[in-house]
Structure formats: C-alpha cells, structure tokens
Design a protein around this ligand. Structure first.
Ligand SMILES: [Zn+2]
Length: 304
C-alpha cells in the first residue's frame, strides 16, 4: 500500500501534520517524534500529536538531520511538551551550535512560510524557527526503548548530509529513511539526494536495502507497506545509478558547462512535473550540489 495522507500507519506509528513535511509519531510508554518539519506548521503538528496522545506527552524528539524542513518546529514542541528530549547525531548537534546555521534555518523557514501564504495552502498558520540544543547524541547501532515491545535502532546514513541518520524498529520491521532513499515525486520518479558524496550515499542506501522492511516511512510525501516498500527501495537504488549516469553524460557532452548541464537535468527531472514540488531556488541549489558531487567523483576517478 502507498500512503500519502496523514493519519495512522500502524497501531503505533502515525504520520502527523502534512505528508509534504511530516512528523512521525511512534507511540509507546515513551512516545517518540521523528523530525519537526517547518516552523510555521508547528501548531498543526502539536494538534495532531495531542489528538493521538491526549493527556500523555512525547518523551523523545529524533532528528533525521537538521535541514530547515526537518527541524523547524523543535523549539515550539519543547515549549508545548516540557521535558521533550532532542536526539540527533553528533554532527547535527555541532551544526546547531553554529550561529550561521541557525540564521540560515531561520531564514529558510520564513521563506517557506511566505511561499505557503502566497499559495494560500496553510495561510492560517504561522511560527518562527528558534535555536535549540540536542540533548542526547546517538550513533550507529544505538537503541532507544519506546516500550517493552518497541525499540528504535539508529542507523547512520550519511550522503544526503553528513549528519543524516535513519531509524529502524526491528520488532515491527519499520524503517524511517528520511532522505537517504531519495524523494519521490507524483510520477514515481525518485530524486536521488546525495548533496555531500555519491559513494557515501550509495553505501547508506545499500545498508538500508539489506534490512528486512515491512513498512517504509520517507522524509517527504509517502509511506509504503509490504511489496510497495521493498519495490521502492529497489527502485531508489536503480534510479540513483541512472541519475549518476545521466549527470556523467551531461557533464561530458556539455564539457563541464554548469548552466547547460543544470538546464538539461532540470528539464528531465523537474520541469512540468505535477506538484507539490520543492521550490525552484531550493531545487536549483540542490541540483548544483549533486552535479558537483558527480563532477568531483569523475575527476577523482580520472586522476586515480
Ligand atoms: Zn534534507
């Protein structure tokens, strides 16, 4: 099954807020949240969390990474749920101590709010990003217990960013991959999202592909169950390789001319696609980063 609506995914897992920038709630004796979307959607997330937990409170706030669209509402959650412990990688903790990073996360959250107001989608919502601390640092194979029958295992999945982690619930074979397995659009095309390093990203994908997965919850838009989950994982590997080949071909044919390479790839994977899409400036920034990752890899291979 392909899930593209907020609500219950299993008896203990919920997609909250908005499928585009979801918060996942993993319920148990110590309820956990994964990611915190946009700052301005904060109130909607809190309402969704309270609908499920009623008079209980979430204990943990996991962060897959600290891109602005994954950590926007953390400080708002901390205010609403006193005692909430923020859990992320060591690298994420360090990023959040840099004033420049905080400034960028703040600014991008404001422009996401402005864009959504223009689109009239969630014009009733508002809220700004505020800095916060990571309370607990986790690393590969750490396990956080949610209840007697539910635990969350940390899998380091760098490549999209350096601070990326994925979460796995072995008892129920549920994987939260965030952007480590790409981001699909409405046509089924999967945007391969290696902003830092291609081989690192591929290793992370292969690590996730080796897990036994019944339910796959992505960082944006979709969750999959059963056959759809395993098919998505396989497809994300195939499409990542195909995207690398496409970039290599464009780099060679356009003799490294970044503008022309970008326009060819944008035509292929972005232009004319049905929404909701990433905003164009953000798409272009990410595209440039991905092309540069492949160009660097090509040069290293040539000289190596
Ligand atoms: Zn991201």
């Amino acid at each position: 099954m392909i899930i593209d609506q907020i609500g219950k995914i299993t008896d203990s897992v919920y997609m909250i807020g908005s499928p585009g920038v979801p918060v996942y709630l993993i319920d148990g004796d110590f309820p956990a949240l994964l990611d915190a979307g946009f700052a301005f959607v904060g109130k909607r997330y809190v309402n969704g969390i309270v609908d499920v937990l009623v008079d209980r409170k979430p204990a943990y706030q996991f962060l897959s990474h600290v891109h602005y669209d994954h950590c926007g509402a953390v400080s708002f959650f901390k205010k609403n749920f006193p005692g909430l412990q923020v859990i992320a990688s060591e690298k994420a903790k360090k990023i959040l101590q840099r004033p420049k990073a905080i400034e960028l996360i703040y600014r991008l959250n404001q422009s996401a709010e402005d864009a959504s107001k223009k689109g009239g989608m969630v014009a009733d919502l508002t809220g700004s990003f505020e800095a916060f601390n990571v309370d607990m640092v986790v690393k590969e194979n750490d396990v956080i217990r949610i209840s007697d029958t539910l635990s969350i295992k940390i899998i380091e999945t760098p490549g999209h960013t350096r601070d990326s982690i994925s979460l796995y619930i072995p008892e129920q074979k549920i994987l939260f991959s965030s952007e480590a397995l790409g981001v699909p659009d409405k046509t089924g095309y999967i945007n391969s999202d290696f902003l830092i390093d291609y081989d690192m990203y591929l290793n992370s994908m292969e690590k996730l592909a080796s897990l036994d997965v019944e339910i796959l919850c992505l960082g944006h838009h979709y969750a999959y169950t059963g056959k759809d989950a395993s098919e998505y994982i396989q497809k994300s590997l195939v499409q990542c390789d195909a995207f690398r080949q496409l970039v290599e071909t464009c780099v060679q044919e356009e003799k490294g001319d970044l503008k022309r390479i970008m326009s060819r790839i944008k035509k292929f994977e972005y232009d004319g696609k049905p929404g909701p899409q990433q905003q164009e400036p953000a798409y272009l920034l990410n595209l440039e980063a991905r092309i540069k990752v492949i160009q660097k890899r090509m040069e290293e291979r040539k000289s190596g």
